[in-house]
Ligand binder design. Structure first.
Ligand code: NPW
Ligand code: ADP
Ligand code: K
Length: 497
């Protein structure tokens, strides 16, 4: 696990290191500059002729310090100051004086195409508004130049918290970020603009007493250790029974994908409860699953009650459709069962009209809306959701005591205690029909094996993305299908041993 921070959090950590720990700001800056200089190397970067484009704040001061280090090593490194002299920070003044003492060259009107490498040190975490005017022109020139570009801390113009482009932004080949990745380097489009990402340890640590819940938690392969060990003596009952309520008429595929993924994630048994029209196809496609059915106009409380009683975990939603009759069935299950649940897709759309049902239920519950479904639950639009993201998702999860997985190119999972996981696995090939159904199955499968919802949801998202990455490696992002994500599960789960 590692943590990603917002610009404000990074500033607080800087200030803590300087004020409370006593490491002078210039010492941190020297380390930052040295680390970034070390990243300018073949094969990506040539040191033949380097231009350092520096703003007025400490990001610019980092750039000036880098120019001096490169110059003293015999590299042709020239400084282009874009900022307003009146706005120079104390550190910037000092760095400029030192650079002048060493006779580092300054240029006023750079011939952009004559450099092999451009260092972007215009704005870092201090970017506070949209980029315009001269800054806009300079960033446009950097992007148009033939040189490779390395950004200091964050590509200038990318918002450190959201990854959005603040008017215009530098497109870097590599970004060297200090101490902790900024969230804006992970969210799109910032992640794309950053290019290759390196995190440099410059001596700033998380506050020992700090509550890490306020940062983004990012899982990595170490978290696979959370998967419960498969006991050699275990039987299928030990690995959990999942009731998968999925698939309306003509949507058997969603039920198949979710149930198949659930079994491939390690659940002991899956029983699909689906529309009667899907019986033959599902029994043919997935003979490992058990099956019960409901008809067009009735959902039979006795049959559903029996199935719910049988299950350890209940998943509702993949391809289920919006028939209002289903809302009665879902309401009955929410009111009558405290078993762990995963609610997805049209189940959430149906519930968005009767919110009190979600609030009233008890027992662990994971919801897996994509951005459109999340917006519907919040009675807002996707663009409004993005503006306050992920605070609004966190608030929703907290108020309803739900684990909320909000799916996107960067999925976030918010726990009721405020923890927010940001997932870094997965790829654009997963923007394919059925990928979300597979995720529902994976999370249900992990719950079935006894993982609490707070772990099953973010770990399921992580594993699902890794499985998608394996599918992309094999088939490419155009041709991979949701079923290939399921095939990708095995190599990941096997890493656990
Ligand atoms: N000791 C430390 O803390 C360490 C910090 N480090 C480094 O410092 C960086 C943070 O430095 P920072 O806080 O000085 O802010 P920074 O990113 O340089 O930008 C502020 C400047 O930009 C300007 N400006 C902003 N938006 C603008 C816009 N749209 N259009 C135009 N101007 C705009 C703003 O102008 P103002 O708002 O004052 O008019 C101000 O002049 C951090 O990312 C890392 O690289 C490392 O050395 C490690 C130790
Ligand atoms: N560009 C992307 N990068 C990473 N993951 C993605 C990307 N696009 C989609 N995904 C993932 O694929 C899944 C798509 O789910 P969803 O939108 O519910 O699709 P469907 O309803 O077709 O199953 C989500 O888990 C999402 O995070
Ligand atoms: K920068």
């Amino acid at each position: 696990m590692h943590y990603a921070v917002t610009s404000e959090q990074m500033k607080a950590l800087d200030a803590h290191t300087i004020k409370d720990m006593g490491i002078p700001s210039l010492v941190l800056m020297e380390r930052a500059a040295l680390c970034t200089v070390e990243e300018i190397r073949e094969p990506l970067f040539s040191k033949e002729r380097i231009l350092l484009v520096c703003g007025s704040g400490n990001n610019g001061a980092d750039g000036v310090a880098m120019a001096r280090i490169l110059h003293n090593r015999g590299v042709t490194a020239e400084i282009f100051l874009v900022g307003n002299k009146d706005r120079w920070t104390e550190e910037m003044r000092i760095q400029i004086d030192i650079a002048k003492n060493y006779r580092v060259p300054f240029v006023n009107n750079p011939a952009w195409d004559e450099y092999t490498t451009i260092v972007d040190a215009i704005f870092g975490v201090g970017l506070s508004r949209k980029v315009s005017g001269r800054y806009n022109d300079v960033i446009t020139s950097i992007n148009a130049a033939s040189a490779r570009v390395i950004s200091v801390d964050i590509p200038s113009g990318i918002h450190g918290n959201t990854g959005e482009i603040m008017g215009t932004a530098v497109r870097a080949d590599k970004t060297v970020t200090f101490a902790f990745p900024k969230a804006g380097l992970y969210f799109y489009p910032g992640a794309e603009y950053a290019g290759e990402l390196a995190v440099a340890d410059i001596g700033i640590q998380m506050m020992e007493t700090g509550d890490t819940r306020k940062y983004y938690s990012c899982m990595d392969e170490r978290e696979l250790g959370l998967l419960p060990k498969r006991q050699p003596s275990g039987n299928k009952g030990d690995f959990g029974k999942v009731l998968m309520i999925a698939g309306t008429k003509g949507m058997s595929g969603a039920a198949f994908l979710a149930s198949n993924a659930c079994l491939a994630a390690g659940a002991g048994m899956v029983r699909i409860h689906t529309r009667e029209e899907n019986r033959i196809i599902l029994q043919t496609q997935l003979p490992e699953a058990m099956l019960s059915v409901y008809g067009e106009e009735d959902w039979n409380p006795r049959a559903v009650g029996e199935a719910v009683g049988w299950a350890d975990v209940i998943a509702i939603g993949p391809g289920i459709g919006k028939d209002p009759m289903l809302l009665d069935m879902i309401a009955w299950i929410l009111e009558n069962s405290r078993k762990p649940m995963v609610l997805d897709a049209d189940c959430l759309n149906l519930l968005s009209t009767q919110e009190e049902l979600l609030a009233k239920r008890s027992g662990p519950c994971v919801i897996t809306p994509h951005m459109g479904e999340m917006a519907r639950l919040l009675h807002t639009t996707v663009s409004a959701l993005k503006k306050e993201f992920p605070k609004n998702v966190q608030a929703y999860g907290r108020s309803k005591n739900l684990v909320c997985v909000c799916k996107d190119a960067r999925t976030v999972t918010c726990l009721p205690d405020g923890t927010c996981y940001l997932n870094l696995t997965g790829n654009e090939g997963m923007a394919t029909a059925g990928a979300g159904d597979v995720l529902t199955g994976v999370i249900a499968g992990l719950l079935a094996q006894g993982l609490p919802a707070e772990k099953a949801a973010p770990l399921g998202v992580y594993i699902h993305g890794r499985a998608g990455d394996i599918a992309k490696e094999k088939l490419g992002s155009y041709s991979m299908l949701a079923r290939d994500i399921i095939r990708g599960l095995a190599p990941i789960m096997r890493e656990r041993g």
